[in-house]
Ligand binder design. Structure first.
Ligand code: GRF
Length: 226
């Protein structure tokens, strides 16, 4: 089954629980696929999507779960931003629903989690079925979770890397779309290794997103074909 260019209509028109200013959706350019990008930190992965010279998508909105510094990259590029903090909602389900409502206003074809440090629950994923991808700084299924680089170093692996995967409601458990390896150097610490992994993520994620928005993918159990 292919999901290329499938437009999400779920939640469109739902009332916004506004948590940030300046989140007016731009009018849709019909022929250009749209993505929403989720971030939590400095946004270097977001920047790789913004700067992609082969960009076949419009970044319709950048959302964060906190006032992440990376939002400034979106603003500098003229991309609408919003912040939806879990602390502003009674529970995770309410936050997940609100985040999905906010994103749906921007009519994304795909949602790209690029350094977003939250679990996306089923109530969110059901709104964008099989159209949420995440970049993870390890070769899954090894080293899932928030400390992947440190965990790989502590384990003593000689090769690690990065993974782009479809998001399910587990912790980095969704079907793998693409992976690339990164050798571990003898004198690596967490920062140096993560920096080299990120350099590969900056290549891989835009490549995969370009492919997904143009051609979709086929998912057969755990196997994803581009
Ligand atoms: C990436 O390594 C991503 O895989 C991880 O966080 C990093 C993103 O960093 N989850 P940045 O905020 O985009 O610089």
């Amino acid at each position: 089954m292919a999901w290329a260019n499938q437009l999400c209509t779920a939640g469109r028109g739902a009332s916004l629980r506004a948590v940030a200013a300046d989140v007016r959706p731009h009018s849709r350019i019909e022929s250009v696929p749209r993505i929403a990008v989720l971030i939590s930190g400095t946004g270097t992965l977001l920047q790789s999507l913004i700067d992609d010279p082969h960009r076949g998508y419009e970044i319709a909105v950048v959302a964060a779960d906190r006032p992440a510094s990376g939002l400034q990259r979106a603003t500098a590029a003229g991309i609408p931003t919003l912040v939806a903090s879990p602390a502003d909602y009674p529970d995770r389900a309410a936050w997940s629903t609100a985040l999905a409502d906010l994103l749906a206003e921007f009519e994304p074809d795909w949602v790209v989690s690029a350094g977003f440090m939250r679990i996306l629950e089923a109530v969110f994923l059901d709104r964008f079925p099989q159209r949420v991808v995440n970049s993870h700084p390890a070769l899954l299924p090894a080293f899932p979770g928030a400390h992947a680089v440190a965990d790989a170093l502590a384990y003593g692996v000689k090769v690690t890397g990065c993974t782009v995967h479809l998001v399910d409601s587990g912790v980095d458990t969704g079907p793998i779309v693409a992976q690339r390896s990164v050798p571990v150097a003898r004198d690596d610490d967490e920062d140096s290794l993560h920096e080299r992994i990120k350099q590969v993520e900056w290549q891989l994620l835009p490549e995969v997103v370009n492919h997904l928005v143009a051609h979709g993918c086929t998912v057969n159990g755990r196997k994803v074909e581009l």
